[in-house]
Design a protein around this ligand. Sequence first.
Ligand code: ADP
Ligand code: ADP
Length: 226
Amino acid sequence: IFDLELNSIGKVYDNGTPAVTDFNLSVTKGEFIAFLGPSGCGKTTTLRMIAGFETISSGDMLIRGERMNDVPPQRRPTSMIFQNYALFPHMSVRRNVGYGLEVKGLSKADREAKVDRILATLGLEDIAERKPEKLSGGQRQRIALARGLVVEPDILLLDEPLGALDANLRKAIQNELKLLQKSLGVTFIFVTHAQSEALALSDRIVVMNQGRVEQISPPHQLYTRP
Ligand code: ADP
Ligand code: ADP
């Protein structure tokens, strides 16, 4: 059974824009998948359909065999990480990370245990009581990652999460992402327009163009014909 199956999914926005057409993909648990392609090719739309932030216009989406088309985002086993971090500036790091668990109604003790564990995993213990607005871009992205992972999703969705970071930091966080993904065994789906990033990180690269999948290849076969 696959972690994620996209069976010919498509998206036509209300204004008639056909953003994604006939997208097929089966993902195994623990895989690192990159969606690669130029701006406007439909990467973010596809990611948002998987997360449940956009309705699916056609086709079926399954997570571990269960049809997800009509399941609201908060009931899907997915978390999404955004390029702009989307952290609450006035809340401490600890509260930001625990927020999703609060929404889910977990007890304080359960929340604290989970939050402490993920803060330690990402090396954020020392800044747990600080506010995000005082922290660096790299630290903020780690906090956003912690917030996505603390709910123990099956699938982590990352929308150009390194785009706002400088080159050195991007490299460092790339390495951390890869280690984290291997150690947690979580499926990662990563959107990028940077070929180097897709090559460095992923097990398979989904190359998109104008709303369609052009090819799906492991990095070492990206430039050879299937
Ligand atoms: P990205 O580079 O991540 O694709 P964009 O700048 O294209 O981001 O889009 C930013 C936001 O604007 C997104 O929420 C997207 O859904 C929305 N958007 C993009 N294109 C259109 C459009 N033609 N009409 C309405 N909203 C759009
Ligand atoms: P990418 O993430 O690859 O940059 P998007 O998924 O953001 O691509 O966009 C795919 C297409 O859908 C683009 O033509 C974009 O302008 C359009 N689009 C994105 N969001 C919206 C929206 N909310 N309404 C209408 N069109 C949109």
